[in-house]
Design a protein around this ligand. Structure first.
Ligand SMILES: NC(=O)c1ccc[n+]([C@@H]2O[C@H](COP(=O)([O-])OP(=O)(O)OC[C@H]3O[C@@H](n4cnc5c(N)ncnc54)[C@H](OP(=O)(O)O)[C@@H]3O)[C@@H](O)[C@H]2O)c1
Length: 293
C-alpha cells in the first residue's frame, strides 16, 4: 500500500465513481481527494471520509487550487465533446503549477492512429501531457460495453439493432474493468512513467453477434440492421439526438467497421489480474435488470 495522495477528476461521473470505490480498497480514504464541479456531488464522498475539492475544467484557478499537495492524479476525460482539448490543457497546466508528480489520463484506444472523430481531442491532450514534462500514463480505453447495452430497449422494441459498424469487431469491457485498470496504474508502488496502455476486452463481438445475444437473453427476435454512415446519422437524429452528436456516433461506427475498436493485446486483463468481464455477461445482466424493472 502506498502513502501517496491521489486525486480523481470527474469523480462524480460513472467511471469516476467506480474508480473511487476501487481506490478505497487500496488506500485509506484520507489519501484520496475527489474533484467535482457541483456542490451536490460532494455528500456521497464526504460520507466515506473522502476529501472533496471543487474544480471545473473551464476554470484554471479552481484546478490549480484543487490539485495542491497531490502526488498522483487521474485525469478522467471531460464529457463536453468539442471543449475537451482546452479543458484538459487547463488541467495539465494547473497540475504542472501545483507540482503534481504523475498523471494518468483516460484516452481512447489506439489514439495515435484511430480514425474516429472522437480521437482528435484525445490526441491533442496526449501531446499536451507529453509536452508538460509531468510523468504520465495514457490509459487508452476501448469501448465501454455499456455504450452498446444502452440501446437494448429500442432494439427489442423494433426487433432491430441499427448501426453502421459493418462486420467490425469491438473488444469492449464494462466501465468497472477500466476503473480497476486506472487504479492499478495509479497505485503501483512506483508507477511506470510515460507508458501507453491499450485497454480493451479479452473477447470481441460484431454487431450481428451482439444483436443475436440480445435476442437469446431476451427471448425476442432482434437482428442487426447495418446501414450507411449517413443513414445511421439520420436515423439517430430522427430519434432525437442533436445532429452533431448523431454524426459523431455514426462516425464511430464507421471507424468500428475499419477495426478501430478491436484490440487483442489483453493489456487490460493483465493490469486488473483477471479476465475482462465477457460482453455476453454484461448483455445478460442488462436484460435481467430490464426484466426486473
Ligand atoms: N470509452 C468509452 O466507451 C467512453 C464512452 C463515453 C465517454 N467516454 C469518456 O470517458 C469519460 C468518463 O466516462 P463516464 O462514463 O464516467 O462519463 P460521465 O458519467 O459523463 O462523467 C463525466 C465526468 O466529467 C465531469 N465533467 C464534465 N465536464 C466537466 C467540467 N467542465 N469540469 C469538471 N468536470 C467535468 C462530469 O461532472 P458532473 O458529474 O458534474 O457532470 C462527470 O463527473 C467521459 O467523460 C468521456 O470523455 C468514454
Amino acid at each position: 500500500m502506498t502513502t501517496a495522495k491521489y486525486l480523481v477528476t470527474g469523480a462524480s461521473g460513472q467511471l469516476g465513481t467506480l474508480v473511487i470505490a476501487d481506490l478505497l480498497k487500496k488506500t485509506p480514504a484520507a489519501n484520496i481527494v475527489a474533484l467535482v464541479r457541483r456542490p451536490e456531488s460532494a455528500a456521497a464522498f464526504e460520507a466515506k471520509g473522502i476529501e472533496v475539492r471543487f474544480g471545473d475544467y473551464t476554470d484554471p484557478a479552481s484546478l490549480e487550487k484543487g490539485f495542491r499537495d497531490i502526488d498522483r492524479l487521474l485525469l478522467i476525460s471531460s464529457s463536453e465533446i468539442g471543449q475537451r482539448a482546452v479543458q484538459h490543457q487547463n488541467a495539465i497546466s494547473a497540475a504542472k503549477k501545483a507540482g503534481v508528480g504523475f498523471i494518468a489520463y483516460t484516452s481512447i484506444l489506439k489514439a495515435d492512429t484511430s480514425p474516429l472523430g472522437l480521437a482528435v481531442e484525445h490526441r491533442a491532450t496526449e501531446a499536451d501531457l507529453a509536452a508538460s514534462g509531468i510523468p504520465y500514463a495514457f490509459l487508452r480505453n476501448g469501448w465501454y460495453t455499456e455504450n452498446k447495452t444502452g440501446s437494448i430497449d429500442p432494439a427489442i422494441e423494433h426487433g432491430a439493432y441499427i448501426g453502421a459498424a459493418g462486420d467490425g469487431r469491438i473488444s469492449s469491457a464494462p466501465r468497472l474493468d477500466y476503473a480497476k485498470a486506472a487504479v492499478a496504474v495509479l497505485t503501483a508502488d512506483a508507477p511506470a512513467e510515460n507508458v501507453v496502455y491499450e485497454l480493451a476486452g479479452d473477447d470481441s463481438f460484431s454487431m450481428a453477434e451482439f444483436a443475436a445475444a440480445i435476442a437469446n437473453s431476451a427471448g425476442k427476435p432482434v437482428a442487426y440492421a447495418d446501414m450507411s454512415e449517413a443513414d445511421y446519422a439520420a436515423a439517430l437524429e430522427g430519434a432525437g439526438l442533436p445532429r452533431a452528436f448523431a454524426e459523431l456516433l455514426a462516425d464511430s461506427d464507421a471507424g468500428t467497421a475499419k477495426g478501430a475498436l478491436e484490440d487483442n493485446s489483453r493489456t487490460l486483463s493483465r493490469l486488473i489480474g483477471r479476465p475482462t468481464t465477457p460482453w455476453t455477461e454484461t448483455v445478460a445482466s442488462a436484460i435481467a435488470t430490464r426484466k426486473a424493472a
